[in-house]
Design a protein around this ligand. Structure first.
Ligand SMILES: Cc1ncc(COP(=O)(O)O)c(C=O)c1O
Length: 436
């Protein structure tokens, strides 16, 4: 299938950065947009093709961010573009809350088959609610957990990121700036460390003192912490949460907004641990860049009545059409590619860690990979991390930080072996100029 245009497959920089058009746009942007946005380096994107981004001055960058882990099938995959074009020439909106249309049903059927839950006697694993974003999916999941259990309290984790709406923000435990000044938050949430030690504290201290387990609706957990630093949980951690939930009638809600939709080489990262939760939230990679989120629940849990939860835009026909093709592409080859390329990336990062002091070993699964940046004393260094991410941009490589001092690698899942090597080469150049 033809792309409308194609970009070179490695970085090409023609101007100083930012170039003149980018600099002018950034000035206009700063005058009128919220200062809460967290732009680091001055990238002004104009076009995307696979793993490449062209800026408004014609500079081409290798993108290892995928627009924060979103463009799973690459920027403007021709089959996704064709599906969007075809659907938008037929029906752009009708509201799945009040009416029926086929792309939504198709997608819900597929997700209901693929959900990481047991199959029920009607042959389905899940019921699906469509939203517009990750945060909305978390808010909906929180409402459903409270509704289904009749309980109010929730356990979530330090380091967790679940979004910016009041419900999702209240579950978040990542950075103080994300909640500072916004109190009171949704009551009833208790944060514990994302570790076996945290679960020990829950079971031996909290449950017997201030958080009666019979009042807990849900434990909400990321299968791999994203914004918190690309933290892979300890062995047995997720299975132990399942066990605690079973013991006390608590629902296990797994947030797969960042780790889901094939990024780790499985459709849902939780599948790596063979744990079956009760509710799963997804968004980001599900529709290759169109705004779409969802939460999936075991059918026996999603029994709330008409009107109890709804949304105007969620499950928009164009977004669902994009998601249906995204699922095809993930299943045909991209989940496999995520595993292969992820292994190459981790191997390359291990070599860099042996070559350059001040680099942790890589961690992650598939193409959800993180490393920590350290200073000369071996301490986490956000300052050095920010300098590396910034200078990579000036070499044509787009990266994002996360956690205290981590760099996250979350490229489009179409990345090829040469592009992984190009990224590692640029990173090596930048590291050589930024010793610990
Ligand atoms: C794990 C996780 N949950 C929820 C969210 C919130 O998603 P959104 O920004 O689409 O609201 C994010 C966003 O980074 C996330 O990483």
């Amino acid at each position: 299938m033809e792309t409308a245009f194609s970009l070179p497959r490695s970085p090409k920089l023609h101007t100083n950065l930012p170039g003149p058009k980018a600099a002018a746009l950034i000035l206009r942007d700063r005058a009128v947009t919220s200062p809460s946005y967290t732009r680091g380096y001055p990238l002004v994107a104009a076009k995307g093709d696979g793993c490449m981004i062209e800026d408004v001055d014609g500079n081409v960058f290798l993108d290892l961010t995928a627009g924060i882990a979103v463009t799973s099938t690459g920027h403007c995959h021709p089959r996704v573009v064709a599906a969007i074009q075809a659907q938008s020439s037929q029906l752009i909106h009708m509201s799945g809350t009040d009416f029926y249309y086929e792309p939504l049903v198709d997608l819900a059927e597929r997700l209901a088959q693929l959900a990481p839950f047991p199959i029920n006697d009607q042959g389905i694993r899940a019921k699906v609610f469509f939203s517009n974003s990750g945060a909305e999916s978390l808010d909906g999941a929180l409402k459903l957990a409270r509704y289904a259990t009749g309980r109010s309290r929730v356990i979530s984790f330090l380091g967790a990121f679940h979004g910016r709406t009041y419900g999702a923000m209240s579950l978040t435990g990542s950075k103080a700036v994300q909640c500072h000044g916004f109190s009171p938050l949704v009551p009833g949430v208790t944060h514990i460390p994302y570790s076996h030690a945290g679960l020990d504290y829950l079971e031996t201290s909290l449950f017997s003192t201030v958080v009666p387990p019979s009042e807990v609706a849900a434990i909400v957990v990321e299968a791999i912490q994203g914004e918190g630093g690309y933290i892979v949980p300890e062995d047995g951690f997720l299975a132990r949460i399942r066990q605690i939930c079973d013991q006390h009638g608590i629902l296990m809600v797994v947030d797969e907004v960042q780790s889901g939709m094939g990024r780790t080489g499985k459709l849902f990262a939780i599948e790596h641990w063979h744990v079956q939760p009760d509710i799963v939230t997804i968004a980001k990679g599900i529709a290759s860049g169109l705004p779409l989120g969802a939460f999936l629940a075991r059918p026996a849990i999603m029994t709330w009545p008409p009107g109890s939860h709804a949304t105007t835009f969620g499950g928009n026909p164009v977004a669902c059409a994009a998601a249906n093709v995204t699922l095809d592409l993930l299943q045909e080859e991209l989940m496999d590619n995520a595993l292969l390329r992820g292994a190459e990336l981790q191997e390359g990062l291990r070599q860099l860690a042996s070559q350059f002091p001040g680099l942790s070993l890589p961690r992650g699964k598939g193409l959800m990979v993180g490393i920590d940046i350290l200073d000369a004393e071996g301490q986490l260094s956000a300052k050095r991390r920010d300098a590396i991410v910034d200078q990579a941009f000036y070499q044509g490589l787009l990266l994002l930080g996360c956690g205290k001092a981590a760099i996250r690698f979350c490229p489009p899942l179409v990345i090829d072996a040469d592009q992984i090597q190009t990224a590692l080469k640029i990173l090596a150049t930048v590291l050589a100029k930024n010793p610990a």
